[in-house]
Every structure is written in structure tokens, then in C-alpha cells.
Design a protein around this ligand. Sequence first.
Ligand code: PEP
Length: 254
Amino acid sequence: MKRRPLIAGNWKMNGSSAFAVSLAKELAAEPAGAAEVLICPPFPYLPAVVAAVQGSHVRVGGQNAWHEPPGAFTGEVSMDMLVDVGCKAVILGHSERRHILNENDALINSKVRAARAAGLQAILCVGELLEERDAGTTNAVLDTQMTGGLAGVDAALLDGIVIAYEPVWAIGTGRTASPAQAQEAHAHLRNWLRTRYNPAAADGMRILYGGSVKADNALELLQQPDVDGALVGGASLKAASFLPIIRAGNQAAK
Ligand code: PEP
């Protein structure tokens, strides 16, 4: 089945307004290719980045949001607010939110459902810690995160969901999963979707790889049969390192 690659940049808590607009403009100036492109800047820069990429193929997303409707949630941002400023997507359950901010599967699930209800594409991140991989529990950890993250999500809502497999030991460490390790985990996740939902849902789901993706390893990862794109942190902060990954996505379009 043909799945359009998605190359998503997670800027994390980096940049300034000048940096954000300049990087967004550089990315928007690149001609559109076969891969879909998404950038996720910090909240304060979203409106300026949306304006900077307007009319281009580049879409903008949030890195997180709160699941409740607007109200007394000091410091939080609602899904509707992301939509209001022009976001099309939101990253949910990123390992930094799971492990630094203690988000659990139940909270992440509420966020996934709220994102879909607001019409946002939800990028649900899953991935094991190094000790879990070493203990041979990777698949069990992924199953728990998928079961929890997608609780109550029926097949009709899956169209607007993307899974990102991000082994925690590969995020920001320079230690990438080998193409074979990535493929093995992605195939496992697709199989989980086949069992939990149905073959069409599994075949249609895009599963991104994230974890130290760089210009020089992107193509081989993206050419794995079950790898449908990349969620990129560090290398998404410079056009010189992100554009080659986008081009690899264009080249790998299956
Ligand atoms: C990420 O933040 O999702 C990520 C994969 O980071 P990095 O590419 O820097 O490992």
C-alpha cells in the first residue's frame, strides 16, 4: 500500500521569533515534493511561523496541548487554540513529556481524543527505554503504550492519527536505531494495528521513525517497508540538515 511519507520537525524548546521565521521561510522556499512536511515550533512562535509558510506546502503543528476545553488550566494551551492559530497537527506523548513531565498513557489518550475531536492530526509517540530494550520488553512496552494511547479510538478516527516510533535511547543521543531495528519495531506496531483494528487500518497508518535521524541516515531508514516518515528533533533546527531529510522522504516515497 502506498503511504505518503511525512517528515516532521520537532523544534522542542529552541529558537527565537527571528530564528523561527527565518527557518520557516527557508523550508517553505523549497519546492513541494512527494513527502508531506510539518514543523512544530514552540507555542509563542506558532502564529509567526504559520504566517511565514502561508501558501507553501509546509504545515505547522504544536508540540503538545491540553485536552480540556478552554478554562481554568493555568499555563496550558487547548487543542482549539492550536486550530485557531493555524495548526494542523499536534505531537502527543513525546518521550520528553512522558519521562520529564510524567505524562501517562491515560492522559495521552485524553489528548489524542481531544486532538481528533478538534480536527487536528494527532502524532502519537511511543517508544521503549534502553533498559526495556535490554530486558527484551520492547514489544510489550509498545503494546501497552498503543493500547493506552488509543483506548476508545475507533477505526473511523484513525485517519487523522500518525504513530511515531521513537526509541528513547535514540532521542537526542546521536545513537540511531539501525534500519533493521526500526523496521522490526514498525512491523510490530503495524501488526498490533491489524489485530486491534483491521488490515486496512494497519496498511493505511503512517508510522514515523524518530531518534537521531540525520541527513546521512535518513534515506536508509525511510526505505524500510514499514517506515513512513520521520520525526526529527535536532536536525530539524537548520534548513541545511532538515532539507536533505525532506528530500530523502521525497526519494523514499513508496
Ligand atoms: C525528537 O525530539 O522527537 C527526536 C527524535 O529528537 P532527535 O532527532 O534530536 O533525536
